[in-house]
Write a protein that binds this ligand. Structure first.
Ligand SMILES: *[C@@H]1O[C@H](CO)[C@@H](O)[C@H](O)[C@H]1NC(C)=O
Ligand SMILES: *[C@@H]1O[C@H](CO)[C@@H](O)[C@H](O)[C@H]1NC(C)=O
Length: 349
C-alpha cells in the first residue's frame, strides 16, 4: 500500500510538471517542425483502412471519444502519438501516410500499421500489413516529396534533421508471432534470449536506415506488459498469476537489449540523440495504483481477433478502464503513458 501511495504521489508530480511545461510552451510554434511516427496498432491512425486484413478498426465503437469519430485508431480516443503531438505543440493530428496530402507532409507523417512488426512475416496471419521495412520505404516516398517542396536535397536533409521521430514496434513480434506457434515457428527456432537478440539485430539496422534518412532525434519505445492484456490472460495459462509471466519475461529481454541499443546509438552516432521510453515501467506504475480504480478488463465486447465487435455499445465509464479492447489501452491509459514519456523525450528535443 505504501508503495502504491509513493507511485501515485510521483505520478502526481509528473503530471503537474507536464501541465506546467505545456503551459510554458503553449501558443506559437511547435517545439519541432515535424513529427514522423513509425509503428504498430498502438499508434496507427488509419493506414490499414483499405488493406485486406482483419486488423483494421474504422468502425464504431472505435473513435467514440475521438473528435473525428472512427478513423482506424485502435482506441476509443487518442493514441500516445496523438497526445505527444499535442504536447509538442502541433495544432492538428499528424496525418496518416494513407491520407497525407501536399504540403501537409512537412509537419510529419504517421506510417504505423496495425499487426506490423520488426519481422516482415509478423501479423500476416491476420492479412496484409505494412511492416517496419515497408514503412521505412514509404518514408522515402515522403522524403522525395519534401525534396520537391523545399527545392533541393540539401534543404530537405537540413529540415529532416530537425524533426522528431518515434518508433513504437515489437509487441506483434511476440503477440502475433513468437507466441502463436500454430502460425509461426520462431518459438521452436529460438529461445526467448535468442529471439530478443535476432529481433534487435534487425531493429538496429532499421534504425540505422532511419538515421541514414536524416533522423537525428528519435524515441524508441519499449514493449509494454503484453502478458497482462485481457487478450493474453484469456488465451494463455496464467498459472495463478495476474498476468502471463512468460510473455512479460520475453518482452523484458527485448526491452533490456533495446536500452543497450539506445546507449550504443548515442555513443556511436555523433549529432544524433536517441531516447528509450520505458513503457513497461510506466504502465506497470499506474496500473498498480488502486487509487486509479482502473479496471484491467476491456471496455467492449470483442471478436475472435480481440477487437471490438462492430456497432456494439462499449462500457460507459471508459476512463476507469486500462484497456479498451482485448489488446489496446484506452485513451486515459494512453494519456498517462504519453505524458510521462514526454518528460523523457523532452531531453532530446
Ligand atoms: C520456419 O518457417 C519458415 C517459413 O514458413 C521456413 O522457411 C523454415 O524452414 C521453418 N523453420 C523451421 C526450423 O521449421
Ligand atoms: C557501436 O559501436 C561498437 C564499436 O564499434 C559496435 O560494436 C556496435 O555494434 C555499434 N552499435 C551500433 C548500434 O551501431
Amino acid at each position: 500500500m505504501a508503495r502504491h501511495r509513493t507511485s501515485l504521489h510521483l505520478l502526481g508530480i509528473f503530471l503537474f510538471a507536464v501541465a506546467s511545461l505545456k503551459q510554458y510552451c503553449a501558443n506559437g510554434e511547435p517545439q519541432v517542425p515535424c513529427y514522423f511516427i513509425f509503428g504498430d496498432s498502438l499508434v496507427d491512425s488509419g493506414n490499414n483502412n483499405n488493406l485486406a486484413t482483419n486488423a483494421k478498426v474504422n468502425y464504431p465503437p472505435y473513435g467514440i471519444d475521438f473528435p473525428e469519430g472512427p478513423t482506424g485508431r485502435f482506441c476509443n480516443g487518442r493514441t500516445t502519438a496523438d497526445v505527444i503531438g499535442e504536447l509538442l505543440g502541433f495544432d492538428n493530428f499528424i496525418p496518416s501516410f494513407l491520407s497525407a496530402k501536399g504540403s501537409e507532409i512537412l509537419k510529419g507523417v504517421n506510417y504505423a500499421s496495425g499487426s506490423a512488426g520488426i519481422r516482415s512475416e509478423t501479423g500476416k496471419q491476420l492479412g496484409v500489413n505494412i511492416d517496419l521495412n515497408t514503412q521505412l520505404q514509404n518514408h522515402q516516398v515522403t522524403i522525395s516529396h519534401i525534396v520537391d517542396l523545399l527545392g533541393s536535397k540539401d534543404s530537405a536533409t537540413e529540415y529532416l534533421n530537425k524533426c522528431f521521430y518515434s518508433v513504437v514496434i515489437g509487441s506483434n513480434d511476440y503477440i502475433n508471432n513468437y507466441f502463436l506457434p500454430q502460425f509461426y515457428n520462431t518459438s521452436s527456432q529460438y529461445t526467448p534470449e535468442q529471439y530478443a537478440e535476432v529481433l534487435m539485430e534487425q531493429y538496429s539496422q532499421q534504425i540505422m536506415t532511419l538515421y541514414d534518412s536524416g533522423a537525428r532525434k528519435a524515441a524508441l519505445t519499449g514493449i509494454g506488459p503484453i502478458g497482462c492484456t485481457p487478450g493474453a490472460t484469456a488465451s494463455y495459462d496464467t498459472d495463478g498469476s495476474l498476468c502471463v509471466d512468460s510473455m512479460n519475461q520475453a518482452v523484458n529481454l527485448f526491452n533490456n537489449r533495446l536500452k543497450l541499443l539506445v546507449d550504443q546509438l548515442n555513443s556511436n552516432l555523433t549529432g544524433a540523440k536517441f531516447v528509450y521510453l520505458n513503457t513497461y515501467g510506466i504502465v506497470s506504475e499506474y496500473a498498480a495504483s488502486p487509487a486509479f480504480q482502473i479496471k484491467i478488463d476491456g471496455c467492449c465486447k470483442v471478436n475472435e481477433y480481440g477487437l471490438c465487435v462492430p456497432y456494439e455499445a462499449p462500457c460507459e465509464l471508459r476512463n476507469l478502464h486500462l484497456f479498451w479492447d482485448a489488446f489496446h489501452p484506452s485513451e486515459i491509459a494512453n494519456k498517462f503513458t504519453a505524458e510521462i514519456s514526454y518528460l523523457a523525450l523532452k531531453k532530446i528535443l
